[in-house]
Design a protein. Structure first.
Ligand code: SAM
Length: 327
């Protein structure tokens, strides 16, 4: 196994841990918003659009009774989506203690400010941990195998080193049953690198987001760099302010193949919207979520800047090789 850090192991390990902590602390510190605060967010329609994308992925691939592994589950914003898909069991893991606490509160049905609702129908296990550092097959030996794994807006945090990117895929591969599905959404490296190259300096963005690359990438070519550890800072208004890492898609795909995954599809969010808005059930879901608004008020729909921010992301679906057990 190739070690991209060569002789600088100790220093690299330390800084990797510091960055993982930075990410965890950032998400832990993000307090729950009231419904009013959420609706007033400058990216409310982008949030709704992203919820639509996640709902479509879940509706397309989750089956009634499925055992679900939600890697980097955050505050449990997808619990309701899984409930609608009538899944049978849910395990959520996140590195941010504060988020797991909020997730537990939401699962238990108390003090959920977004919607007061009946209890979830499926049993759940919610764990605080680093999904990209720890071998989860041991931790979750009694819960596996899972039918479906989801990692939404979070897999790119594993690309700080090759070891972490591999651990992420090894975990999912070890925990999914043969034929199991891995769905996710992450930044689209092609779009980010294209925008960087079009930018004058090392920063680009608009009124809702900015991306800034470190000086070391000032040639914008990434030719001599390892495909892991290509760090940038991402700021999304009212949502994210974090170190993140580029996930070059062709490398991701071949690494995933090493861990027994085959690619079902990968689509940029714009393409995803165009494709699934051809289906009436998903048009109706979009209407209900309100991502595109009713067009009656100026601020009732996604702004051009939010739409451009949506373009920074892509969704993927991978399938674990093998045939499902018939029994
Ligand atoms: N998946 C959730 C969703 O879609 O609502 C949360 C997405 S949030 C943008 C990214 C999440 O990744 C945060 O909750 C963060 O704590 C989590 N995360 C980042 N690095 C992680 C790691 N190494 N292990 C587990 N979770 C991690």
């Amino acid at each position: 196994r190739h070690d991209p850090q060569g002789g600088a192991n100790f220093l690299e390990d330390e800084s990797t841990k510091i960055f993982a902590r930075k990410v965890a602390d950032h998400y832990s510190a993000r307090s729950n918003q009231t419904l009013e605060e959420r609706e007033a967010s400058p990216i409310i329609h982008l949030k709704k659009l992203n919820n639509w994308i996640k709902s479509v992925l879940i509706q397309l691939y989750a089956r009634r009774g499925d055992a679900v592994l939600d890697l980097a589950c955050g505050k449990g914003g997808d619990l309701i989506k899984w409930d609608k898909a009538k899944v049978g069991y849910y395990v959520g893991i996140d590195i941010a203690e504060g988020s797991i606490k909020d997730c537990r509160t939401r699962y238990n049905g108390d003090a959920d400010h977004h919607q007061r609702r009946k209890k979830f129908t499926f049993p759940a296990r919610l764990i605080c941990g680093d999904c990209y550092e720890v071998r989860l097959d041991k931790v979750l030996a009694d819960d596996a195998p899972f039918d479906i794994c989801s990692c939404q807006f979070a897999l790119h945090y594993s690309w700080s080193t090759e070891a972490r990117a591999r651990q992420a895929l090894a975990n999912v591969s070890a925990l999914l049953r043969p034929g199991g599905i891995f769905i996710g959404t992450m930044p689209d490296a092609n779009v980010i690198v294209k925008k960087l190259r079009e930018a004058e300096g090392l920063t680009f963005g608009n009124s809702v987001y900015w991306v800034r690359f470190d000086e070391e990438f000032s040639d914008k070519k990434f030719k001599s760099s390892s495909p892991f550890g290509i760090k940038y800072t991402f700021h999304l208004e009212d949502a994210v302010d974090c170190p993140e890492w580029i996930v070059p898609f062709h490398i991701f795909k071949s690494l995933a193949e090493e861990y027994d995954f085959e690619l079902v599809f990968a689509k940029n969010s714009h393409e995803f919207v165009h494709e699934y808005m051809k289906k009436p059930e998903f048009v109706e879901l979009m209407r209900r979520l309100g991502a595109l608004g009713d067009g009656n008020q100026d601020n009732s729909t996604l702004s051009a800047d939010e739409w451009e921010a949506a373009y920074l992301y892509m969704s993927f679906v991978l399938r674990k090789r093998g045939q499902p057990d018939k029994s």
